[in-house]
Design a protein around this ligand. Sequence first.
Ligand SMILES: Nc1ncnc2c1ncn2[C@@H]1O[C@H](COP(=O)(O)OP(=O)(O)OP(=O)(O)O)[C@@H](O)[C@H]1O
Ligand SMILES: [Mg+2]
Length: 268
Amino acid sequence: MTDAATTSTTSGVQGRSKLLDARDITKRFAGITALNHVDIDVEYGEMVGLIGPNGAGKTTLFNCLLGMLRPEEGSVTFDGREISALPVYKRARLGFGRTFQRLELFGGMTVRDHFLVTERQRNGSGRLWKDLLNLSKPTADEQARAQKMIDLLSLHKEADEPVESLSLGRGRLVELGRALMTEPKLLLLDEPSSGLDVKETAALAERLRIVQQDYEFAVLLVEHDVEMVQSLVTRLYVLDFGTMIASGPTAEVLGDAAVRKAYLGDMG
Ligand SMILES: Nc1ncnc2c1ncn2[C@@H]1O[C@H](COP(=O)(O)OP(=O)(O)OP(=O)(O)O)[C@@H](O)[C@H]1O
Ligand SMILES: [Mg+2]
């Protein structure tokens, strides 16, 4: 299903079907327009950035794409399918993965358990979290897949530690791993470097780059750390007060005067 009305962005590849194609998204909360006729698209396997000042609407856009919020206007097409009416869990099954702006891990559970629970959920075996929290015997296959993720993210040392004992940087890796266990076609990352120091941020970016090359999923990255953005994405969108004010190749967008004014505080 192609969208004939799609106009090319500066870097846009016209004519190819896109993994994600969201058009004309408008979301209002009482009194404010958090998203104002926003268009965004992501190609298969592409890493795209989304930046903008606090309150610009970045998380709101994620939630509209994921089905956690219903926009008043607009449509979302994913992997060739119009999904605007689908609930969150159906979108997840189609291949949306996400991490949260604030870590959403379960303190007492180990790293491995997080992966096992996600794996079982992915399989939709029908057992409940309650059951899983009691660790009803994971199968050999589940164990193997959890171990694979531990290997992939080099989490061996802390694999059987409760996540509450981990640093924030390692916690963010666990969250990334949990999102990857679902084998997303598109991974939405909401400020993954939040709370990390420079070294941890670089390590996370490096790890993300490696797994992305292996698994070839697409990424939509919301991130305040401009260096991380530059190191990962080739294309960038900029939201400001709910309006998409720029999009195009990363260097071009970051050099744009209006973007610098809105986002970088007019540092000239
Ligand atoms: N559930 C809600 N109810 C009312 N207003 C909301 C709600 N969620 C977000 N908003 C408002 O919508 C606007 C966009 O918020 P959003 O959280 O999407 O911004 P953001 O770009 O993610 O910001 P940040 O960089 O701080 O995470 C803000 O003005 C915010 O106060
Ligand atoms: Mg946000």
